[in-house]
Ligand binder design. Structure first.
Ligand SMILES: CC(C)(COP(=O)(O)OP(=O)(O)OC[C@H]1O[C@@H](n2cnc3c(N)ncnc32)[C@H](O)[C@@H]1OP(=O)(O)O)[C@@H](O)C(=O)NCCC(=O)NCCS
Length: 203
């Protein structure tokens, strides 16, 4: 299941889902967005529907107020953030992002928390993000880039119907590392876009 973060606690859990060194090897930037004590990461990733209120109550007042503040989707900006949530438990499994109008087009990306990798969530999240992009935002094409050696990412993209596309062969991650990059695109016919009136672009 995908939904927008409800508050800043949701958002923080989404960020830290990709903060481990294995994910950072591919992403190069996630932990910098929301610095968090590594000791808290495990607690955050164990939050589910049953213990969320208890964890929230245990926070110091100022931190609780910060975490409970509502998150407003994209704040008018180009990036949509979508939490990947395990439906049965309410645990945050990861975060998916879709940024429209970049120099490389409408670009999606994302990550899963370690417990949720290798279980098919990646393809499910990619399919749902594509649906959001095509049917809600009205995008005809969504692109994704990945390091050629990131087999899991490449296979998820292939499994969800992405096809190879042109794009820069090198990509600089936010931590300054330069990696090789392959680009893929998922396109649909114009009449398959914008089923949701709220997301329909001006035509
Ligand atoms: C990339 C990611 C989203 C993929 O989601 P996932 O649900 O974990 O994907 P899976 O582990 O099920 O792997 C997908 C496929 O790749 C295969 N695969 C995974 N790791 C592999 C490897 N090292 N070598 C070869 N194949 C591999 C799986 O067997 C699976 O194959 P299948 O489609 O035939 O079943 C997730 O692993 C993740 O968050 N990784 C860390 C962050 C990241 O790399 N983000 C993407 C940056 S572009």
């Amino acid at each position: 299941m995908l939904h927008t973060p409800r508050d800043h606690l949701d958002l923080l859990i989404g960020w830290v889902a990709g903060a481990d060194s294995a994910a950072q090897h591919w992403l190069g930037d996630v932990a910098r967005k929301e610095p968090v004590d590594p000791r808290q990461v495990e607690t955050l990733l164990r939050i589910d529907r049953g213990n969320r209120d208890k964890v929230m109550r245990a926070l110091p007042d100022a931190r609780r107020a910060q975490m409970a503040a509502p998150f407003w989707p994209s704040d008018g900006g180009p990036t949509s953030l979508l939490l990947v949530v395990e439906e049965a438990t309410g645990r945050v499994a990861g975060l998916s992002q879709l940024t429209i109008g970049t120099e490389r087009g409408n670009v999606m990306g994302g990550w899963l928390a370690p417990d949720f990798r290798g279980r098919g969530f990646g393809a499910e999240a990619a399919r749902a993000t594509l649906r959001f992009g095509h049917e809600h935002l009205g995008l005809e094409a969504v692109r994704a880039g990945t390091d050629p050696s990131n087999e899991a990412s490449r296979r998820v993209l292939a499994a969800t119907g992405f096809v190879p596309a042109a794009g820069p062969a090198r990509h600089t991650l936010a931590d300054g590392r330069v990696i090789d990059a392959l680009w893929f695109e998922h396109a649909v016919a114009r009449d398959a876009t914008a089923r949701c009136a709220a997301g329909a672009p001006a035509r």
